[in-house]
Design a protein around this ligand. Structure first.
Ligand SMILES: C[S@@+](CC[C@H](N)C(=O)[O-])C[C@H]1O[C@@H](n2cnc3c(N)ncnc32)[C@H](O)[C@@H]1O
Length: 307
């Protein structure tokens, strides 16, 4: 059975990380935005990169030349740094690491002490927990539980050869990727002077309603407001923001063109979400395309798979 068929699917065809609500499914639409706005020669930027599903796809399929991925999590940063600068060792460890509850405990211990371990150790622990935890949630439970019972066990999402292939494919593009580790608002403030009209920023903050449940670094209403204010004042680069479709967020972005859409998270469980995208002014916005479907009427809250 493919990964898409139960729980939350993979972040994308190319990213080795799973992310709840991973945005790989938006890749085609974002590629259309790049083309419609003549941005292929610019840099594609993700301030909340996580699994960087879209970035990986746009880079590997040569829709954009360069990508800049940023994430506040030192674990996620260590993983991407290892992909780019220590590829062989990362792949060796992924090939050899035992899939056992004892090893999971050991990786959790490494995860808990980011300041006391090496980049490669932290990167492996991020990857290991992402691939063996329920829905890829880094502080979540082990697939199959400590007794390793039930239909799905901890190896269900750990296809070593396939994941190594994805990593080496991304590492082949290392010269076109930059990775940073900072707060997204700070990142945008500091870097925005370097960004130009050919660049595209895709902003995918933690969900407004479900973020606390899903992510390691939860976001509060003031954080969401700070992002909106910054984007409202940003001059130069084009940007797209995606969110769960809730009133509070639509109010924050009342100044921006928007599209509401529904997106399937899991074919088997019929889990779908209603989301909204906002765009910088003056940007050419292509028609929505599958798997994004036009939504209309009053918003209902986004549902996200819990397991
Ligand atoms: C919604 S996910 C991004 C998922 C990503 N678009 C994908 O497709 O995999 C949110 C990510 O933002 C990161 N994050 C949370 N707070 C952040 C902050 N203040 N600055 C930068 N990144 C942050 C989390 O570590 C997490 O990896």
């Amino acid at each position: 059975m493919s990964e898409d068929n139960h729980g939350i699917g993979p972040t994308s065809r190319y990213s080795p990380l799973r992310y709840p609500g991973g945005k790989g499914k938006l890749s085609k639409f974002v590629a259309a935005i790049v083309r419609a706005n003549g941005l292929s020669d610019g840099t594609y930027i993700e301030p909340y990169a996580g699994g960087a599903g879209i970035a990986c796809e746009l880079l590997i399929t040569e829709v954009v030349r360069r990508v800049l991925i940023n994430d506040i999590s030192p674990h996620v940063f260590a993983f991407w740094t290892s992909v780019l600068t220590d590829t062989d060792e990362l792949c060796r460890r992924i090939r050899d690491v035992p899939l056992s509850v004892e090893e999971w405990d050991r990786q959790k211990e490494i995860f808990r002490r980011p300041k006391h371990v090496s980049t490669i150790e932290l990167g492996v622990s991020c990857f290991y927990l992402n691939r063996t935890n329920q829905s890829g949630i880094l502080n979540g439970g082990l697939i199959g539980g400590r007794n390793q019972e039930g239909k799905w066990r901890m190896d269900a999402r750990f296809n070593r050869e396939n994941l190594i292939r994805r990593i080496t494919k991304i590492a082949d593009c290392a010269g076109r990727i930059e990775v940073t580790c900072t707060d997204a608002v700070e990142f945008l403030r500091e870097k925005s002077y370097d960004f130009g009209e050919k660049d595209l920023i895709y902003v995918d903050p933690p969900y407004f309603e479900k973020g606390r449940m899903l992510y390691y670094d939860a976001y509060g209403p003031d954080d969401h407001a700070a992002v909106a204010k910054l984007l409202a004042e940003l001059e130069g680069p084009k940007w797209v923001v995606s969110y769960d479709d809730v009133d509070a967020i639509r109010n924050l972005y009342a100044f921006a063109p928007q599209r509401q859409y529904t997106i399937g998270y899991s074919a088997r469980n019929h889990i779908w979400g209603r989301e909204v995208m906002f765009f910088s002014k003056g940007m050419a916005v292509p028609e929505l395309m599958p798997p994004l479907l036009e939504a209309s009427g009053t918003a209902v809250s986004t549902r996200v798979a819990a397991a």
